[in-house]
Design a binder for this molecule. Structure first.
Ligand code: SF4
Ligand code: SF4
Length: 279
């Protein structure tokens, strides 16, 4: 049977998912649950509870072979299904082969430098991504992975062979803080950081600054310590927490101030980062 992955959406041209204009592919399903997730509906695969099928005002959802079927053409993009879903899932996905996604990406080739696969957590579909990247590379397109770092890259070295690099989140440094923020294990992120640095596969590192929830000072210092002399050539992006789309404990939380972001930028430069960007 052909390998498929649950594709949530494909953005033809993105300027924020790596260098140049890129086609961004978003996969459904994640292995952690961040308190500040902006797209909580991408966290889980549909459990088939049926709630959204009854609520769709356009009749775009139905049952087919035990799965919810989404009729893309009938959908009016009202997002009622996402609002009623109690499982942080979306019925608006398509199970596609690497070849099918490549055809879409390839149709934009004159206007893009490459493809970036994101999530959810795209590393949950590493074999699928490897096939997609092999097709993209053969066509002369760049290939980037956007990952939360919570899947061990050491188990997917063949994927790294066809990936130009990884945009890696380092959401916190302390084990307890990381677990409280994401429900994940920071030890895996730290192992990935070391492995990707060793293989020169870090495209950029990202820290989202969430007041009162994570430890950006410790994270900056920890990364610099782990990277050693490679810190100077590593790009670090410091991202301001924004509440847009966030549900749960952080739905009404404040963003860090400009002063706080500038303070962290200065700290990162002092720690040796040659490229620091605020977003
Ligand atoms: S967004 Fe969801 S609820 Fe709205 S029309 Fe599309 S499938 Fe139906
Ligand atoms: S998308 Fe959510 S509400 Fe709809 S059937 Fe799946 S789990 Fe139920």
């Amino acid at each position: 049977m052909e390998l498929t992955a649950p594709v949530n959406k494909v953005i033809p041209f993105s300027l924020v998912d790596g260098p140049g204009s890129r086609c961004s592919v978003f996969l459904q399903g994640c292995n952690i649950a961040c308190a500040y997730c902006h797209n909580p509906e991408t966290q889980n695969l549909c459990l088939g509870c049926g709630l959204c099928v009854e609520q769709c005002p356009a009749g775009a959802l139905s049952w087919e072979n035990g799965r919810v079927r989404w009729d893309k053409d009938a959908c009016v993009q009202c997002d009622t299904c996402i609002h009623v879903c109690p499982h942080k899932a979306s019925p608006k996905i398509e199970w596609l082969t690497p070849g099918e996604v490549f055809e879409t990406v390839h149709s934009y080739q004159p206007f893009i430098r490459g493809v970036t696969v994101s999530g959810g957590e795209c590393m949950l579909r590493a074999d699928w991504m490897r096939e997609l990247f092999a097709l993209c590379r053969a066509a002369g397109l760049g290939t980037l992975i956007d990952s939360n770092g919570c899947v061990p890259f050491e188990e997917h070295l063949d994927l790294l062979d066809v990936a130009d690099g990884v945009m890696l989140d380092v959401k916190a440094w302390d084990e307890g803080t990381f677990a409280r923020l994401t429900s994940g294990d920071v030890c895996v992120v730290k192992r990935n950081l070391a492995l990707l640095a060793e293989r020169n596969k870090i495209e950029e590192l990202r820290i989202v600054v969430v007041p009162g929830w994570n430890d950006p000072e410790a994270t900056i210092a920890g990364i610099a310590d782990a990277l050693g002399e490679k810190t100077a050539t590593t790009k670090l992006k410091l991202i301001r927490f924004r509440r847009f789309g966030v549900v749960g404990a952080l739905a009404n939380a404040n963003s860090p101030t400009d002063e706080r972001m500038s303070e962290l930028e200065a700290l990162a430069r002092e720690a040796g980062f040659g490229q620091v960007e605020l977003r």
